[in-house]
Design a binder for this molecule. Structure first.
Ligand SMILES: NC(=O)c1ccc[n+]([C@@H]2O[C@H](COP(=O)([O-])OP(=O)(O)OC[C@H]3O[C@@H](n4cnc5c(N)ncnc54)[C@H](O)[C@@H]3O)[C@@H](O)[C@H]2O)c1
Length: 397
């Protein structure tokens, strides 16, 4: 996978890319340090009012609390060795659950490239990038504690990723039980940071009724979560589980709310569909949002650097899948939705402000930079810019 393709930021133009048994032990309260980012409990933060393609001033800021928790093992960082994807090489052991899945495989590869040791776990056994995947059903009361032992950090991706892949009660019970067990075991073991894959489905759009529209766009993390299906509900509950465990134990938990996670080929195919009919398929329900697989993996790894609290954060590409201005699409397909200032050009209908500040993701891959669509969407169409002028003209980076 080429992770060094040109990338775009939620605020900037393209540029070369650098790229869960219940533990017996008592859970020890954590240090309760200052939150760097508002969390579920404190109502989040303000909506950005400037253009979605300008580089956010907070992008790339380092998020680490001043005090280091002495209960937890020090991580051995090598800042001069950036590792794959522009991530700092860090010697640590990371538990990746759902490691045999689409996102899990990509995360394992990225961590390995950055020099981290990986404990890969999934119900489905296998080998990912030379790492043996340990077969375990994390809904089993003892499995989570066993696999967490010896790890410094956790990236928890194991889930049934939709409402229709299993009976409704199974989707809900599996996802929520596994998340609780993994986070509870992680906190009991003194792990510093856990990442839990959430989803924009928790807002209610993806699997809600056709009549459902968001209150406003761009949707930021303050937008109400009103899921209509067991999967979206499981993600909402996962986030509350994360908040409770962070509050009561000091485990830092970051919950990226991913949009549709797709390979570049998958994105190319969806762009063609949207070009033919922007109202067809799932795109209209997902507000034409997407996130490239490598960027989703990068967000997971970057989230391991967050210190203190619990954080829900949208993670999507900074642009839409369409060449039609996003405000026009929203006005046509979601007429009751309020369009806030700042939704310009083909910028994403999903706010990436918090991701920029919290994760420092900076530029992300956009299909507009890709070769995959040669001959399908004209170059001129790809370059419909946010705000009506070219990024180059603005001198953005
Ligand atoms: N794919 C998307 O578009 C998307 C969007 C938003 C969020 N997410 C979330 O991202 C995460 C990864 O998604 P993905 O696309 O890689 O899904 P995937 O189905 O490819 O991978 C999920 C993996 O979790 C494993 N798993 C499920 N229940 C388990 C259990 N009880 N014990 C052990 N392993 C278990 C499955 O075997 C599977 O390999 C999921 O949490 C999903 O809900 C995905």
């Amino acid at each position: 996978m080429d992770l060094r393709r040109p990338r775009r930021s939620h605020a900037g133009r393209s540029r070369p890319g650098p790229l869960e048994p219940e533990p017996d032990g008592a859970v020890v309260p954590g240090p309760g340090g200052r939150l760097r980012e508002r969390s579920l409990d404190d109502g989040g933060d303000d909506h950005r009012a400037d253009g979605a393609r300008r580089r956010h001033p907070a992008a790339g800021r380092h998020h680490r609390a001043a005090g280091e928790d002495r209960r937890r093992p020090a991580r051995r960082e090598q800042p001069d060795d950036p590792g794959a994807g522009g991530l700092r090489a860090v010697s640590r052991t990371v538990l990746v659950t759902g490691a045999a899945g689409r996102l899990g495989r990509s995360v394992v590869t990225m961590l390995r490239s950055a020099g981290s040791a990986v404990v890969a776990v999934d119900r489905a056994p296998g080998v990912v990038d030379g790492v043996q995947v340990r077969a375990a059903d994390l809904a089993d009361p003892h499995a989570a504690d066993t696999v967490v032992a010896g790890c410094d950090e956790v990236i928890h991706l194991a889930a049934i990723p939709g409402p229709h892949a299993a009976p409704a009660a199974t989707v809900f019970a599996n996802n929520t039980a596994v998340t609780f067990r993994v986070l509870h075991a992680a906190a009991a073991r003194g792990i510093r940071t856990a990442v839990v894959a959430s989803s924009v489905s928790a807002y209610g759009l993806t699997f809600g009724p056709a009549s459902f529209s968001p209150r406003y766009v761009p949707i930021d993390e303050d937008h109400p979560l009103t899921p209509y299906d067991p999967y979206g509900l499981s993600k909402q509950v996962d986030e509350h589980t994360a908040a409770m465990i962070a509050r009561s134990t000091g485990l830092t938990v970051v919950a990226p709310r991913f949009g549709w996670i797709a390979t570049r080929d998958m994105v190319a195919e969806r762009v063609r569909q949207v070009a033919a009919d922007p109202g067809a398929g799932k795109s209209v329900r997902e507000l034409w949002g997407y996130v490239e697989l490598g960027d989703a993996a990068r967000a997971c790894v970057a989230a391991l650097d967050v210190r203190d609290g619990h954080h829900s954060v949208n993670v999507l590409a900074p642009d839409s899948l369409s060449t039609t201005p996003t405000a026009q699409l929203v006005a046509r397909f979601h007429p009751s939705t309020r369009i806030r200032a700042g939704l310009t050009g083909t910028a994403s209908a999903w706010s990436g402000d918090r991701a920029a500040r919290l994760l420092g993701l900076g530029s992300m891959w956009s299909w507009r930079d890709a070769d995959a669509l040669e001959g399908t969407v004209s170059t001129a169409d790809r370059e419909v810019p946010a705000g009506g002028e070219s990024h180059e003209a603005k001198g953005e980076s």
